[in-house]
Every structure is written in structure tokens, then in C-alpha cells.
Write a protein that binds this ligand. Structure first.
Ligand SMILES: NC(=O)C1=CN([C@@H]2O[C@H](COP(=O)(O)OP(=O)(O)OC[C@H]3O[C@@H](n4cnc5c(N)ncnc54)[C@H](OP(=O)(O)O)[C@@H]3O)[C@@H](O)[C@H]2O)C=CC1
Ligand SMILES: O=C([O-])CC(=O)C(=O)O
Length: 442
């Protein structure tokens, strides 16, 4: 039962399950009603979840209107996920870890439609990790969000213990340990990239502030919505109480695309390709690094002797893969993006195989490669599986690689100047290079 259900009656007072540790009530006063919500957090123990007390005293003129408004303004548990279970009674759940809270924005969008089901299945965090999904939508997407939650209900995932939906990031991000920021306005016809940077930048500035205020102090943030590097920079600048190192821009899809193309050319299965770095921006200036990548443990340039192909065709294929796919599909990569988000998360919660690494767009301060400080740039990372990462030191550079990296770096520095008003660094000045494009723009 949700708050929405309870408030259809003008005077309602309902109580479901008590707990030994009641959180502080939150008072909300509207012109017609006083509501007291004991919301779901803090939840130290997954076995004592989903209790709620709602007292509602009102003279609501229209119960239906109240239901809608109430449901939209609060982040509320959904349907079957509002029920309480005694997990101690279930043998197979006794060894489960503590519930993990994962927020997903743009949760009614195409990428999320694939990703949420992968997360709920246990693929990312493992078979003993119960999960709470906190879905962020908007007025525009609220009904669709309910549809997503209904499909999650109908999927009967054992590990999926809570689903809540909401449109207020300050509610949805409360206590989250992971925030997957996917929602962003797609670039429309005639829209300048500077305009997109501004519109989407505002979304990520607000979400950064919300994370700063209510998320777990060690939340890991993966920014997917484009332009993802600069959106991640905006987000981290607005969240000064969260380590900048915890923010990632998704370039794993580019890494996966690059591995696939190298495998195809070399005539091997793609699991033979390793040490694949994407340097720079998730844009057409990104640099898929064939100098350091390996096939069957051997440097790519020794396996693929056609270096002209590597420098020209391979590089451009990876840079423009998203755009070619949009031409075929009529929409941008969604399933493979979701797969790559899951891959990016797995890379942070699983120790990186010996000698290998993965790519992620991360904050450049302190990087050992001489890349400009204070931007979000894709670089090679390794993890011990604790959610954190270190930059890989033993990579080599040649003139070709350095020149390409410098181009992507210049693009990101220009993007940064464009959003200075959103990072608290003064007046924005937009002088983007003309060929600055997302992978999906052709
Ligand atoms: N980094 C990467 O590798 C990739 C990044 N992307 C990017 O991911 C993002 C999401 O892609 P996808 O899920 O396919 O897109 P969808 O259009 O399916 O969903 C995007 C969601 O963004 C939200 N949104 C936020 N603000 C606006 C706005 N002003 N106008 C319209 N929608 C808005 C909407 O949700 P709501 O109304 O709930 O806010 C919508 O559901 C895009 O920015 C895309 O470019 C895509 C592929 C790869
Ligand atoms: O431009 C887009 O929206 C799609 C995108 O990022 C990609 O396919 O890499």
C-alpha cells in the first residue's frame, strides 16, 4: 500500500509494521493537509524494511487529485515492494549482504529499460546482494515510470527488495550508494551544442547538489546523459562533499565498441582483446588507443600490421559508431549502453584481472599523463573491487596518440569554459571547436 492509496480518504490514519528503530518523521504541510511520513531511511537492516506510518488529516476537495500530487511529490515505494517480509524466516536470504541503494535517473528512458532489469537480476552485484532501486523521473515521465515499476514487479526478481519512484532528486537520492545519471535532453534538430551543454548542465548541477545533500558520502556516480564528460564535471563541482574521484563519465561503451572492431579485424573472439583505453571525451574526438591494447596478450600493432587501417578506419569507426547505429535504428544505442553501464559497475566492484585495465571518464587532478587538471577525461583504470580505482601508470605514448589526446583535451577545456556558470567558475564563454560532436551526431 502506498501513501497515494491511503490518502484517497479525506481522513486517513494507517499503520503498517513497526520497527525497533523508527527514523524521524518528516513533516509536510500543505494548504489542505498535514502529513507525517516515516520514510524508508535510514534502513540499517534489509530484514526490517518497508515499514511506513502515514497520518493524513485533510479536507481534500478531490481525493483523486490528492493521490496524484502526493505520489508525485514524494519518492514512494511501489506496489508489491511496499510489503514487508520477514527475511530471517527465509533460509536462502540469511547470508545476504546489507541492502544496497541504487538511484537511476531517466528511469523511464530507453537505456534504463534495459539496465534496471540487469541490476535487479543480480548480474552486477552478485547473487547475495539485495538491491533497492530508486527511480527518478519527471512530471513528463511519471506514468511511464509507474509502468517500469509494474514490469519490475512482474519480473519476480528475488534480490529486488525495494522499488521507489519519484521526481524530486532530494528524495530519490537519499542514502544512495550508487547514482546512475542517465536522464538528459537529447539534442534536437537545430540545437547548438552550447545549448545542449547549458540545458543538460542545469540538470546535472541540480542533481549534484541533491547528491551532495542527501546521498551516501561515498556514493559512486556514473554519468551517462550527454555530453557526459562535462555533465560529470558539472555534477562533481556541485557536490563538494563527495570525493571528486567518485564521479565517472561513461566511456565503457566506446571501449566495448573498440574491442569489437579489433577482434573483427584480427579474426579473434572479442574476449581476446585487452588493455583497451579510450582517452578523452565521449565524442568524435575520443581516442581508441591501439598502441597499448593487446590481442591474446600481444600488442595490437604486432597482430594487425595494417597500421593505416588502425589510424584511420578503426579510429573513425569507433568514434562514429553511435551515429551509424542511429541511422540504422532511428534511435541511439540503448541495450549496448545498458550493458556497458553494467560492465562499468562490475569493473568497480570486481578486482581487475592481472595486467588488464578498463576505461572510465574520471577527474584528471593528479593524473600521471600530463593531461590538463580539472576536467573529466577517459583514462585507463584498475580496481581492487572495492568501488574505487587507480589510474594505470605503465602506458606508452607516441606522437600520433599524444596529438589525438591533445585534441580531445582541447575540446573538453572548451566545453568547460562553456559551463563556467554551472561550475561556480564565473561567466561562461563558449568557443567550441566546430567539429565537436557526440558519437551519435553525424
Ligand atoms: N555515454 C554514453 O555512452 C551514451 C550516452 N547516451 C545518452 O544517454 C542519455 C539517455 O539516453 P536514452 O535513455 O536513450 O534516452 P531517452 O530519450 O529514452 O530517455 C532519456 C530520459 O531523459 C529524461 N530527460 C531529462 N530531461 C529531459 C528533457 N529536457 N527533455 C526530454 N527528456 C529529458 C527523460 O526522462 P524524465 O522525463 O524522466 O526526466 C527521458 O526519459 C542521452 O543523453 C544519450 O545521449 C546514450 C548512449 C550512450
Ligand atoms: O549521441 C548519443 O546520444 C549516443 C551516444 O552517445 C553513443 O551512441 O555513443
Amino acid at each position: 500500500m502506498s501513501v497515494a492509496d491511503l490518502t484517497t480518504s479525506p481522513v486517513a490514519s494507517t499503520y503498517t509494521k513497526t520497527s525497533s528503530r523508527l527514523p524521524s518523521p518528516q513533516l509536510s504541510l500543505s494548504s489542505t493537509r498535514l502529513s507525517v511520513h516515516f520514510s524508508r531511511s535510514p534502513r540499517p537492516n534489509p530484514r526490517a524494511q518497508n515499514f511506513k506510518i502515514t497520518c493524513s488529516v485533510n479536507q481534500a476537495p478531490s481525493p483523486v487529485a490528492v493521490q496524484t500530487e502526493e505520489a508525485k511529490n514524494k519518492s514512494e515505494c511501489f506496489g508489491v515492494f511496499c510489503q514487508t517480509y520477514d527475511l530471517k524466516a527465509e533460509e536462502e536470504t540469511k547470508s545476504w549482504k546489507k541492502l544496497i541503494n541504487v538511484a537511476v535517473s531517466g528511469a523511464a528512458g530507453m537505456i534504463s529499460n534495459h539496465l534496471l532489469f540487469k541490476l535487479a537480476s543480480g548480474e552486477v552485484f552478485g547473487p547475495d546482494q539485495p538491491i533497492a532501486l530508486k527511480l527518478l523521473g519527471s512530471e513528463r515521465s511519471f506514468q511511464a515510470l509507474e509502468g517500469v515499476a509494474m514490469e519490475l514487479e512482474d519480473s519476480l526478481y528475488p534480490l529486488l527488495r525495494e522499488v521507489s519512484i519519484g521526481i524530486n532528486p532530494y528524495e530519490v537520492f537519499e542514502d544512495v550508494e550508487w547514482a546512475l545519471l542517465i536522464g538528459a535532453k537529447p539534442r534536437g534538430p537545430g540545437m547548438e551544442r552550447a545549448g545542449l551543454l547549458d540545458i543538460n548542465g542545469q540538470i546535472f548541477a541540480e542533481q549534484g547538489k541533491a547528491l551532495n545533500a542527501v546521498a551516501s558520502r561515498n556514493v559512486k556516480v556514473i554519468v551517462v546523459g550527454n555530453p557526459c564528460n562535462t555533465n560529470a564535471l558539472i555534477c562533481l563541482k556541485n557536490a563538494p562533499n563527495i570525493p571528486a574521484k567518485n564521479f565517472h563519465a561513461l566511456t565503457r561503451l566506446d571501449e566495448n565498441r573498440a574491442k569489437c572492431q579489433l577482434a573483427l579485424k584480427a579474426g579473434v573472439f572479442y574476449d581476446k582483446v585487452s588493455n583497451m583505453t579510450i582517452w578523452g571525451n565521449h565524442s568524435t574526438t575520443q581516442v581508441p588507443d591501439f598502441l597499448n591494447a593487446r590481442i591474446n596478450g600481444v600488442p595490437v600493432k604486432e597482430v594487425i600490421k595494417d597500421h593505416k587501417w588502425l589510424e584511420e578506419e578503426f579510429t573513425e569507426k569507433v568514434q562514429k559508431r553511435g551515429g551509424v547505429l542511429i541511422q540504422k535504428w532511428g534511435r541511439s544505442s540503448a541495450a549496448s549502453t545498458a550493458v556497458s553501464i553494467a560492465d562499468a559497475m562490475k569493473s568497480l566492484v570486481t578486482p581487475t584481472p592481472e595486467g588488464d585495465w578498463f576505461s572510465s571518464g574520471v577527474y584528471t587532478n593528479g593524473n600521471p599523463y600530463g593531461i590538463a587538471q580539472d576536467i573529466v577525461f577517459s583514462m585507463p583504470c584498475r580496481s581492487k573491487g572495492d568501488g574505487d580505482y587507480e589510474l594505470v601508470k605503465d602506458v606508452t605514448f607516441d606522437e600520433y596518440l599524444l596529438k589525438r589526446i591533445a585534441k580531445s583535451e582541447a575540446e573538453l577545456l572548451a566545453e568547460k569554459r562553456c559551463v563556467a556558470h554551472l561550475t561556480g567558475e564565473g561567466v561562461a564563454f563558449c568557443d567550441l571547436p566546430e567539429d565537436t560532436m557526440l558519437p551519435g551526431e553525424m
